[in-house]
Every structure is written in C-alpha cells, then in structure tokens.
Design a protein around this ligand. Sequence first.
Ligand code: FUL
Length: 485
Amino acid sequence: MIYISASLLLLLSACSPNPPGAITPNDVVPSQNLIDYQQMELIGFIHFTVNTFTDKEWGYGDESPEIFNPSQLDVEQWVKTAKAAGMKQLILTAKHHDGFCLWPSNYTEHSIKNSPYKAGKGDIVKEFVMACKKYGLKAGLYLSPWDRNHKDYGKESYIVYYKNQLEELLTQYGEINEIWFDGANGGDGFYGGANEIRKIDRDTYYGWPNIISFVKNIQPNIKIFSDAGPDVHWIGNEKGFAGSTFWSTINTENLTIGASNTEYLNTGDPNGNQWIVGQCDVSIRPGWFYHASQDSLVKTPQQLLDIYYKSVGRNALLLLNLPPDKRGVIHENDVKALTEFKAILDESFSLNLAKNQKVSANSQRYNHSKFSPQNTVDQDPKTYWATEDDILPADIEVELVKEETFDRIMVQEPIEFGQRISQFEIDIFDSQQWKNIFKGTTIGYKRILRIPKVKTNKIRLRITAANNTVAISNFGLFKSSPNEK
Ligand code: FUL
C-alpha cells in the first residue's frame, strides 16, 4: 500500500495543471447551449402586425391584409437600434393571435402576400433574419399557437396547419435561435367567419411534447420558450421582474402552458429537476404593439435600468419589446430612451474596482491555484474560486489598495456546475470592525446588488448556505452613474 501524506498530496496538487478533486457538478446542470444563451443577458422583442395599423393589442382575426402597409419599413433600423443597446438577439412576431403572417405562408391567404407591402412580394421574416445575420444578432421567432383567423382553430386539423407553419419558418430562413410559444388562448375570434368563442384544453390540445420534438428535429440547437420551457421559461409577469430569489432549476410536471403558477415561475425551485433559463419579457411602452397615444409613455432610461437590475441582475434574461410604428421603424422616443439606458449602464459598469485586487478566502480547494479566490477578480469568466467540501460559511475577502466608494456589487457562480448558493451576506470593514450591509439568497449566473453608497477598503462575501461545495467565478464592485437616478 502506498502511503501519501496530506502535505505531500497538497504539494503534488499545487504543482499539477489538472488538480485532483475538481468540484462535483450538481445533478442538474445547464447544457453549453443554455449557458451560451444565458450569456446573451439582454435580448429584444419586435411586435409588429395588423395591430400596428388598427391600434389594437389583440387583433380579432378579421382584419383585411390590405391594411398592412408600412410606409418606410426599415428592418435594419430595428436591428441596429437593438445592437447599439447591447442586445444579442431579436425575436419577431411572425404571427400574432390575429393569425396574420409576416411571411408568405403557403397555408393561408391571411398574410403579407395579400397586402400592399411590396405589392404582395414581401417577406418580413426573411428581411428580419437576414438583417440579424448581417449585424451579428441571433434571430428568434414568435408563432402564436392561438389563431383567431383560422377556421379550424380548436380542431385537430389546425394542429397540422400550425406544424406546417413551424416547418416553413424553421426550414426556409436558416438558423433560428429561439421559438416563442405564447400561453395566451383567449377564446373569441373570427375563425373564418364563425365569429364565436372557441376554448381548447390547454393540457392536451396542442400536443406540446410532439411539437417540441418536431421543432428540435428540424433545428437541434433552437431554444424553445414557453411557460414550461423546455429551454427557456416565462418569469410569471410582464413587468420584466424575476424574483429576488431565483433558481434556474424547476420542475415542469405541474406546469401547463398558459395556466401555470406564476409565483413558482417567478422564483424557480431549488429542488427542480430541469435547468430552464428564466426570461423576463416587458415592453418599452405600456402596450406590446405601437400606439401613437403611447408616444409619451415610453419607459424612462431609469425605469429600464430598474428592470435590468430585476432581470439580468437576478439571474434571468431581459427580453425588452421595441414595437415598430406604422412607418415600420422604432419610434424616435423609444430609440432615445434606449440609447440613454445603454449609456448609463455602460458608465455604471465601466470600472470594476475589485479588478485584480487582493483576495483571500477561509478555504481554497487543495490550495491549488485553479481554485484560488484570486480567480474571482481576474475578469476571466472561466476561472473560479472553490472551497474544500463541506465548508460553510465560506468567505472571500477583497482588500482594495485604497478606500473606494461603491454602490453596486456583482457576483457570479460558475453555473456549469449547477446553481448552488441559497444564502449569502455581504460585510464591509468599517471603523475597525466588520459590518453587515446585505443579506441575500440566490446568485446563479449573475446577481447584481444595489446597495447604498459605502466607502471602505475591505469587503467580504460570506456564503452561509449552499447545496454543494461553494464556488464563485466573478466578484465585482462598481460605482453607479449619477444618471441612474
Ligand atoms: C402575451 C400576448 O397575449 C401579448 O399580446 C404579447 O404577445 C405578450 C408577449 O405575450 O401573452
């Protein structure tokens, strides 16, 4: 039997490029595809259809395609506006509840092909996907399951129609990064002239498991959004707010698309058996579609920042809607608010005061540099600090070269190992003693804390509860722009 002393093991592991005892991943971890998705952080929604011309939010389905006539449609303006704001993806309403299609579908007459736009020769889905590609954004599509125009809605044959449309969208335009399945199923509609109320069984009518495998078969890397995922889930409100406790894990057994427990969606579930990314959808205006009467009601840059902190800052994605107007461009007021939002955000996060500062920890796995607390401030998202197993509380202490003033703290977990932390505290060194300034629950991919301004040269992150060995990939300190207020 070979006997290796503990100190020799430490010495060996400290020298080895691949240390033994890497941390054990949780049972539920995200795929690389979902990690890449979460890293986009900020994405945009484009609501555009006949409603833009009728001044409605939900079209009844009896609109004449003749009314769809944007005078100066500029899809590149949408994409350039989104890109300038830092968005990494846009999702277009290819078909909303009114059933009108922005592409010339072979399966219906209720589409752009019967509109005056480009004399019926236009295809806005194509223009959209091409513009996204040109400017380096991912493209996503919304295809409303509810269709108030189609005569067969509510019958089995409508599901065939819906899948035919999905096939058109997923085979004719190249890579689609996300498909958005809305849970809304209101009841009344035109339905080919029937003008009646049609109710469906939300659990069985669409045959979701079948639709999901149909979609994944065509585009294996696509992310499917719905109340219940399977890749991205609704956050449970349309304000853009994730819960201040938010787990990326959740159980989908009791979720029904269109009728889910919104509180459960808002917090996720520490015992969840699936990793589904949370997505916070909200419009820059009160409505999802453009209404001239709302030109003065565009959210202010400060309101947008508050939403950012409550979505991206709480381990979720922000999906911000920018509805084009009747001209077919994003209105000047929206562009202005968005531009200011981005400028303030950049100013607030331009200088990380913790970058390359001295960090110590109460435990460092195998004393190996791979697990050093210094990794939390090296600006490399791939490196992380990890403790020995079963160390709680686990803490890191950042010592700044001089006293600094800050009011934003950013913390990230290396989520490739799962989401672990369920309780943490932040302390600062103040008048010769540690003072607690924040108590929180989850961290996940990214948590940003807004705290009252403090001035100190020492700050401590103390993790008091976790479901597995503690690991942190990033710790940042920032001073917010005065324009945040
Ligand atoms: C809802 C829809 O009913 C709204 O019109 C909008 O599309 C929003 C994003 O989802 O369920």
